[in-house]
Design a binder for this molecule. Structure first.
Ligand SMILES: Nc1nc2c(c(=O)[nH]1)N[C@H]1C(S)=C(S)[C@@H](COP(=O)(O)OP(=O)(O)OC[C@H]3O[C@@H](n4cnc5c(=O)[nH]c(N)nc54)[C@H](O)[C@@H]3O)O[C@H]1N2
Ligand SMILES: Nc1nc2c(c(=O)[nH]1)N[C@H]1C(S)=C(S)[C@@H](COP(=O)(O)OP(=O)(O)OC[C@H]3O[C@@H](n4cnc5c(=O)[nH]c(N)nc54)[C@H](O)[C@@H]3O)O[C@H]1N2
Ligand code: SF4
Ligand SMILES: [Mo]
Length: 736
């Protein structure tokens, strides 16, 4: 017997109770069994990083009381990092949003009932659209909701509410990889499977720190029995660099020159796979001519590495049989990230290291469902990985979803930074933010906060009331989180995995899915979503939308099949049988997704970063993940005592001891760090892990993005978080 949602609301609002009772369960409050059931277990994928580990929830009375890593899940095989073990704890934090909050006449956020919240959402946004046009309201989503919810958000906002502009935090994270893959492979298609980590003879990690950011992927490297060489290219001597066999501590933002120099040596020595290049690629001759200008002797100084290190890396690539290239944010978050990623792809193509075990040009994703967001959020691509300007694709979406073709935009809409610019110009006046915290995480945070504060109406849909962004909202909608709802995530190796409701959301928090249903009805476009009764029904629609695409999942079956199978990697076309535990990589046949089936070499002349590092700002500020137990803006991980103890006790900046000595800075001294945007105060942590001339601060500190400089890759519009110019000085103590 399932509790009826309406029972729990004690709502005297007949209309709302009716809406809620219509839910057949499977999300929100509707499906919590009232009576205690025998103890049992169930497996669901982790809700933090894109590794996508399976976690076993131990249930009592249908509610999870504990989590352990799943032993029979192909991804993690009984391992989990601290975040996975501790994933239940943040669900019971005291600052969970339990009721909608609305800013009252005296400017304070005040609890209101759902009908009031829904009504206010609709009235304020519709009034803005009426006065300023439908494009005056926009949305920002996330890579941390399941695909069914992302699809709901993107479809409701764009086709239901007529918004034209919507983007997600995946812009901060994966946009560069998306563009790099689309231009070279013809589709956003990371080609690898995790077994490649174990089957490679040479693994090259560029701007990637898996020991901290993807600990269980690193465990897979450790399991490699082939005595691999592991090369880490990172300005910092990271935990991963320390564990590697070689570390190239290049000067920040010089990856492109370095990779072209490696390609130069491969061409010069004839260490290339002519047969593969001839049969499966285009543009090689132009690329070879381009890299002729990048002899190691020319670029070594600029890159801060020895000529012989470049020569040796090229030789390793030639002599090792299976070579794989892996990259993460050190590449994506650069002013020339797309071309850098494409230089890595070029190295794989020119040596034939693709489509075979232990090879590939492999972008590691960040968030648990960034891959799902890339394909199904209806933001950067038309839902299902289609192009907005493709008439046939629009007709397909129109048919499958029952949306009139005329409602489907012909362009993707503005990117994240352009939405903020439109706010600055007064063109976007209403913003709906779901599952992301830009007042902490956006580049050049002060501008971001100033712009958020300027909005006529800001709605924030989040699990917590205390996030930096929720504090700025006019309306906060209380959301259920991971563990409190059902859906599908897609991990870095393209594996679809299930998340499940193993806890009841607190108070009146609802799943995002349920919130979207209620908003659709309240907005007056509920008819469009009449079929969207449960996440699993929507999963069926998404399968249909994927038909014929490289990411075709028509053969996946339903949630039960996905569950029984322990997740499955796309593509799975209808009728295709995938063996349990199969490791599936793309391009084994050498055919790519471009019109001519060939992969492309794409290259360009390197450019300097947007902000020059020189007096009075003589240090390059590098930013990134600080520890395995901290997640982003810490709204979740900060709620666990265990995870807090595993993290650094104080917010700090890492400084090379020689640089510190020049400025009279001793260990644990207070330091003021300033950029042209502002200044912050942190403790000094002296370490030879950062190179001279650079300092490092973790993104988990809300202070870091006070300093960052808003510059972007021109093709992906991904923020270049990894580089800006700062100054440091010793201070006696914090001024606050
Ligand atoms: N514990 C933990 N894990 C996480 C996350 C988290 O918040 N906490 N977040 C997840 C998400 S969303 C993401 S996107 C991933 C990010 O995963 P990673 O990209 O591995 O992590 P980062 O620390 O952001 O950046 C990686 C490295 O880039 C280096 N770098 C900086 N500048 C340059 C450069 O010019 N060239 C090169 N080659 N390297 C450079 C930095 O020194 C850093 O060590 O992690 C995911 N996993
Ligand atoms: N300086 C610097 N800045 C960076 C980076 C860097 O390397 N350096 N990295 C960038 C990268 S790669 C990323 S991905 C971003 C991440 O930046 P954000 O997306 O801003 O960070 P999170 O803390 O993950 O924010 C997610 C929010 O969603 C909420 N939430 C969690 N689950 C749910 C849910 O199920 N429903 C709803 N409605 N809300 C939920 C959380 O409480 C939290 O407020 O940061 C970027 N910022
Ligand atoms: S490695 Fe990632 S997916 Fe695995 S337990 Fe840790 S946070 Fe979760
Ligand atoms: Mo990310």
């Amino acid at each position: 017997m399932r509790a009826r949602v309406g029972d729990m609301w004690h709502s005297r609002d007949g209309k709302l109770t009716q809406l809620l009772e219509r839910a057949p369960g499977g999300f929100g409050l509707g499906q919590v069994p009232r009576q205690r059931v025998p103890d049992s277990t169930t497996t669901l994928v982790c809700g933090f990083c894109s590794t996508g580990c399976g976690l076993t929830a131990h249930l009592r009375g249908g509610s999870a009381v504990n989590l352990t890593p799943a032993v029979d899940y192909s991804v993690n095989r009984g391992m989990a990092c601290p975040k996975g073990w501790e994933a239940l704890t943040p669900l019971s934090a005291p600052d969970r949003a339990l009721m909608p909050l609305l800013r009252n006449a005296s400017g304070e956020l005040e609890e209101v009932r759902w009908p009031t919240a829904l009504d206010r959402f609709v009235r304020r946004f519709q009034a803005i659209q009426k006065e300023h046009g439908p494009q005056a309201v926009a949305f920002l989503g996330t890579g941390q909701l399941p695909i069914e919810e992302l699809a709901f958000l993107g479809t409701l906002a764009k086709f239901g509410m007529g918004m034209q502009h919507g983007d997600a935090n995946t812009r901060q994270c994966m946009a560069t990889a998306v563009v790099a893959y689309k231009e070279t492979f013809g589709f956003d298609a990371p080609p690898y499977t995790y077994a490649d980590l174990e089957e490679s003879d040479l693994l090259v990690f560029v701007g990637s720190n898996p020991c901290i950011a993807h600990p269980i992927l690193w465990e897979r490297v450790v399991r490699n029995q082939r005595k691999p060489e592991v090369v880490v290219i990172d300005p910092r001597r990271t935990e991963t660099a320390q564990a590697a066999t070689r570390h190239l501590a290049l000067r920040p933002q010089t990856d492109l020159e370095l990779l072209y120099a490696v390609a130069h040596v491969l061409v010069r020595e004839g260490w290339i796979d002519h047969a593969f290049i001839g049969a499966h690629t285009t543009g090689y001759d132009g690329f070879a001519a381009h890299v002729a200008g990048f002899a190691p002797t020319t670029v070594a100084d600029r890159c801060g590495v020895a000529v012989e290190d470049i020569e040796n890396l090229a030789r390793l690539i030639h002599t090792r049989r299976r070579v794989s290239f892996w990259w993460t944010m050190g590449v994506n978050q650069s002013h020339q990230g797309v071309r850098t990623a494409q230089a890595l792809i070029a190295l794989a193509l020119m040596t034939g290291n693709i489509g075979k075990p232990g090879t590939g040009a492999n972008s590691i994703t960040g968030q648990c469902n960034a891959m799902g967001s890339r394909l199904f959020s209806n933001t950067t691509s038309l839902i299902g990985g289609h192009a907005f300007d493709d008439q046939a694709a629009r007709a397909k979406v129109s048919r499958v979803l029952g949306v009139e073709d005329g409602r489907i935009q012909q362009r993707p809409g503005l990117a994240y930074d352009q939405i903020f610019e439109a706010v600055a110009r007064g063109e976007v006046r209403g913003l709906w933010i779901v599952g992301t915290n830009p007042a902490h995480s956006w580049i050049n945070q002060r501008d971001a906060r100033e712009l958020l504060a300027r909005l006529d109406f800001l709605v924030v849909q989040d699990m917590y009331t205390t996030t930096e962004t929720a504090r700025l909202a006019h309306l906060v909608l209380p959301a259920a989180g991971w563990g409190e709802k059902d859906g599908v995530f897609i991990n870095s190796e393209r594996r679809l995995g299930l998340i499940k409701q193993v806890r009841r959301a607190p108070g009146q928090a609802l799943s995002d899915f349920r919130i979207f249903q209620l908003l659709a009805d309240a907005w007056g476009c509920g008819d469009l979503f009449a079929r969207w009764r449960s996440p699993e029904v929507v999963f069926g629609l998404l399968k249909e939308l994927s038909r014929g695409q490289p990411c075709d999942i028509t053969g996946v079956g339903g949630y039960k099949e996905l569950d029984d199978h322990g997740g499955v990697q796309w593509p799975v076309r209808v009728g295709e049988v995938v063996e349990q535990g199969a490791e599936r990589r793309l391009f084994a046949d050498g055919r790519f997704f471009t019109p001519d089936g060939r992969a492309r070499f794409v290259y360009e002349t390197p450019r300097p970063p947007a902000e020059t590092v020189r007096t009075p700002y003589p240090f390059a500020l590098l930013t990134g993940r600080g520890s395995a137990s901290q997640w982003h803006t810490e709204t979740r991980t900060g709620k666990s005592e265990v995870l807090r103890r595993l993290a650094p006790a104080v917010e700090h900046v890492e400084i090379h001891p020689d640089d510190a000595a020049l400025y009279g800075i001793a260990p644990t001294d207070w330091v003021r760090m300033s950029s042209r945007r502002g200044s912050v105060e942190l403790r000094a942590f002296l370490t030879r892990g950062v190179p001279r001339g650079s300092v490092f601060a973790a993104m988990h500190s809300v202070q870091t993005n006070v300093l960052t400089f808003a510059s972007f890759d021109p093709y992906s519009r991904q923020p270049a978080y990894k580089h800006c110019a700062v100054a440091i000085e010793r201070i006696d103590g914090p001024s606050r």
